[in-house]
Every structure is written in C-alpha cells, then in structure tokens.
Design a protein around this ligand. Structure first.
Ligand code: FAD
Length: 489
C-alpha cells in the first residue's frame, strides 16, 4: 500500500524474489513525496523532495539497475553569507572556509569532517536493516571508536545539541549558521538536545555528492515503477486502500486478496485502516508535529545572480544567523509564521534542460519553520504572502531575482497534507527527534517493521526515518521473504 519510493523499493525486491506484487496507490501520480509533475507548460516541477542524499549511499539504485541518471550536486552547499562553499572534496571546502573564516576554523572543519564522517559510516550501517538490538549495538558501539575518546564522552557528544557542538568546534558565526541550517533540514532545531548528529551527518557528503535525477526527483519513482513492471509487478494508481483485512486490502472499487500486506504510508493511516487497537495510543503518543515548513516552486526568466556559476549546483543556504533560526522556531512554537524565515534555494534547471523551457528556469525555495495549525490566521489567506517572503530571501542575496519570477506555486503544510497525504504537512511522517528514531520509531511496540501477522510497515514512519532513502523498503522486503521461508520451512 502506497507507491512512495519506499513502497516501490519494497515492491521491487519482493517481485525480484518471485513474489506476485500489486502496489495500491490512492494518488494519480507515482512516488508520493518523490514525484515530479508538469506544473506549467514545459516546467517539470518536484512535488516534494529534490535533493537525494541517503539513497545514494544504500546501493539500491545500482542493485536494482534503475534506469536513472543523477546529476551530482557538487558543491553540495553554499552560503552567500561569508561566501563559504562545501564541496565533496574536503581540501577545496577547507580552502573556502579558510578564506572566509580563517585557518583555525578551516583546520577544525577538517578534523570534524573526518571524525564525524567516520562515526556516521557506522551509524549508516544501523540504518541499513531492521532496528534490532544486535544491529544497533554493533553499529553504535563502533561509531567514534576511531577517535580514541572514551565511550562516555562519545555518548555525551551524541546527546548534546548541534549548537553546543558547533560552539565547541568553530569560531566564525557564519560557518556555524550554514552548518546549523543544513542540520535543521530534518525539522528539529539545532538548540534541541541530541541534535549534534543532524549536523555531523552531513559530513557523509564529503564521500558522495547528493544528486538530483535528470528529469526531476520523480524520475527515481518512475524508474522504480519500470523496474517493478519488468519483474512482473504492477502499480494501480487512483486505488486508495479503504480497509486492511487479514486476507487482503479493500479499495473503493474492489477487494485485493493478499497473503501479505506491506503498509508503505503513514503509520497512523495503516493502523486506522487495519482497525488496530494500538491506534489510540499511537495517536496520543507519536509526535507527528505541527508541520515543518513551506516550499515555493518558481518559473523564472533568470537564475538568481550569484557570484559563481558552480553555486547553482549547491543547496543554497540562505540563513543569515542562528538567531534567525531560533526566532523562526520560537514563532513556530507559538503557532505563528516566521517573520523572517530561513530559506534553502535550489536551481537545478541551471544544469538540467529538461526542467524548464529554453530561456526559462525552475527554482525551488524551501523555508522553515511554518506551523500546520496557525494560532490566528488561515493558510488560504496568507499562502501568497508567505511564499513572497521566500522569494525575498533569495532577492536579498541576488537583487533583481524577484522581478524575474513569472509563476509561483506555494505548498503550505496544509497543501502537503492534501496533495501528498503527509499528515499535518510533516514531510518526515513523524518528527525526527532521538526519541522517535531507531527502535523507538514509530513506537517501541511497532518498530521492527512487523505490525501483526501478515501486516508489515515501511517508509518514513519507520526506522531509519524520513528523507529519500529506500532503506526501510528494502529491509521490509527482506523480512517478508525471511518470514515466508520460515513459514514454508
Ligand atoms: C516539500 C518536500 C521537500 C522535501 N525535500 C526533501 C529533500 O530534498 N531530500 C530528502 O531526502 N527528503 C526530502 N523530503 C522528504 C522525503 O521526500 C519524504 O520523507 C519521503 O519521500 C517519504 O517517502 P515514503 O516512501 O516513506 O512515503 P511517502 O512519499 O509519504 O509515500 C506514501 C504513499 O502512500 C500513499 N497513500 C497514502 N494513503 C494511502 C492509502 N489509503 N492507500 C494507498 N496509498 C496511500 C500516498 O499517496 C503516498 O504516495 C521532502 C518532502 C517534501 C514534502
């Protein structure tokens, strides 16, 4: 159930093993939050995600031999505030930091990138399978051992806030802001405890660049669908599940008998459709959160006038200070939209001419933090005004950009829920705090991907969480196949 990328990955692995698979999808577009549509004639616009980071580290694209071409996003990050550029190449990154912030911060960054890169290669091992105590213990135990630090200090560093980590390492506020904003992309603010690794994690991009598929983010989902069909499986669009039963899934039109059901959408959706008695506790306990942000999709006559063309490949980190991040999060906490939202801009049409008509561009700007439930206003009244704030954030660093915008499509948290089925507009399904990761995601009794006899769960609601990843889809397929073998044996 659910043709998001995780559901499609699960379907591919099952079908490749000879299982007969049907994917039921309520939407008329494949891919969920990894999909691309023609928003205006000639413009291929992503509906959700754009930057593929984690899936590139899983080997899934290669293992399934997907018909997909990635454009590397290298440099992967750039901030106009200080003109700091993060390349895959660590030396080039350190040179950029040195000229902006001085030798001390450049040296400190090198140590940080090597150290946290090594720690996260271990954490990543934990992400590649079910969150069993053995797997987690082995991976986490190994993380950071190369530093020579005692375990108790490593644990402290893992549990501290990203801001404390940044303060302990660097001097220059602009460098700290860029890293903090990058680390905020999963939702939790960097002053919260146990967010250090949300910043540390980004160092994996010194191993492998993030990518944007040629043709848009949805090219990944299209390639997965194609691979599934080549294995004999099928996707039925416009077939939303209305009930999960012991012997199959009911849609408005018909009943689809099945030995096994894999729920690849939100955990609360699955529990509700299955009539699971744990729904009430899950509703009260699981933190879906009050949205994260909004996104504007722009059709423009020109790219933002940045100082160097290489920056068009990067995630453009348009946050000017950590005070801006804290203020935006504080306002969000009070049910208010941020007065001055931090923005992250992306300009893929600069190097992919399938995304916009000749002489035109397709620019995405993501902003945080915006509540789904507003205290005083209604999204339908303020959508355009809030979208304009993100355009202004780009215009501030690239004067004249706002005047080049021909069309603007704003996706508020309410739109994300309506269009993509993301409850409360939460792009990660559930908040990504430490208490909802690993064997706690979505809840201890529902972690491990096995929900009940014959019903499994994968996707962003499960370990290892949201983002373009695919790992939970592959893991759930492995568990289904293992259980089938055991039953047959
Ligand atoms: C605006 C935005 C920007 C983002 N940017 C990035 C980014 O740049 N990089 C990144 O890594 N991540 C990003 N993300 C997050 C990432 O896209 C998601 O966390 C991830 O794609 C979730 O994938 P999934 O397969 O687990 O679930 P989903 O994509 O949520 O798929 C679930 C599917 O289930 C379907 N469904 C729901 N109910 C039913 C039903 N009753 N019957 C049948 N089908 C049903 C839905 O329609 C959907 O297709 C972004 C998300 C959004 C929305």
């Amino acid at each position: 159930m659910g043709a998001g990328h995780n559901g499609l990955v699960a379907a591919c692995y099952l079908a490749r093993a000879g299982v007969q698979v049907t994917v039921l999808e309520r939407d008329t577009v494949v891919g969920g939050a990894v999909s691309t549509v023609e928003r205006w004639p000639g413009y291929r616009v992503d509906r959700g995600s754009s930057a593929h980071v984690m899936i590139r580290h899983t080997g899934i694209v290669e293992d399934l031999a997907l018909d997909l071409t990635y454009q590397d996003l290298d440099p992967w990050g750039w901030t106009p505030y200080g003109d700091i550029t993060f390349h895959v190449d660590l030396d080039r990154t350190c040179t950029s930091i040195e000229s902006a912030c001085g030798t001390r911060d450049a040296d400190a960054y090198r140590v940080f990138a090597l150290d946290w890169g090594q720690r996260n290669s271990k954490v990543f091992d934990a992400f590649q399978g079910a969150p069993t105590p053995g797997r987690l213990g082995k991976a986490i135990w190994g993380a950071g051992r190369g530093t020579g630090l005692p375990g108790i200090e490593l644990a402290r560093q893992f549990l501290t806030s990203a801001d404390s980590l940044l303060d302990s390492l660097f001097d220059d506020e602009r460098l700290k802001t860029a890293l903090a904003w990058m680390g905020s992309q999963s939702g939790p603010p960097t002053h919260e405890p146990a967010t250090a690794d949300l910043v540390g994690w980004n160092t994996v991009m010194h191993r492998l660049a993030p990518g944007h598929p040629v043709g848009g983010s949805g090219a990944l989902s299209e390639a997965l669908r194609q691979r599934l069909e080549s294995y004999g499986g099928r996707v039925l669009l416009g077939h939303g599940a209305t009930r999960i039963e012991r012997t199959g899934v009911r849609t408005a039109e018909e009943f689809h008998p099945a030995d096994v059901v894999v729920g690849a959408c939100h955990v609360l959706t699955i529990l509700e459709l299955a009539g699971d008695p744990r729904l009430e506790r899950a509703r009260r306990t699981v933190r879906v959160g009050n949205g994260i942000g909004i996104v504007v999709r722009l059709a423009t006559r020109a790219l933002p006038a940045y100082p160097r063309p290489e920056t068009y490949r990067s995630l453009q980190l348009l946050a000017h200070s950590r005070e801006q991040l804290r203020l935006a999060f504080g306002q969000y906490g009070a049910g208010l939209v941020p007065e001055d939202p931090p923005a992250l801009a992306m300009t893929f049409s600069a190097f992919d001419d399938t995304l916009a008509p000749p002489g035109r561009h397709n620019v995405t700007v993501w902003g945080q933090w915006h509540p789904y439930a507003l205290k005083h206003e209604r999204w339908e009244d303020i959508r355009e005004r809030e979208g304009e704030k993100l355009v202004a954030a780009v215009d501030r660093v690239a004067p004249g950009f706002a005047g080049s915008v021909e069309h603007m499509h704003v996706q508020t948290p309410v739109d994300l829920e309506r269009e993509l089925g993301l409850l409360n507009g939460q792009v990660m399904h559930l908040e990504m705090g430490l208490d909802q990761m690993f064997a706690w995601r979505p809840l201890p009794e529902l972690a491990g991907h096995r929900i009940s006899d014959g019903l499994y769960l994968c996707g962003a609601s499960t370990h290892p969480g949201g983002g373009v990843f695919g790992a939970s889809g592959r893991t759930v397929a492995q568990l289904v196949l293992k259980d089938r073998r055991r039953r047959r044996g």
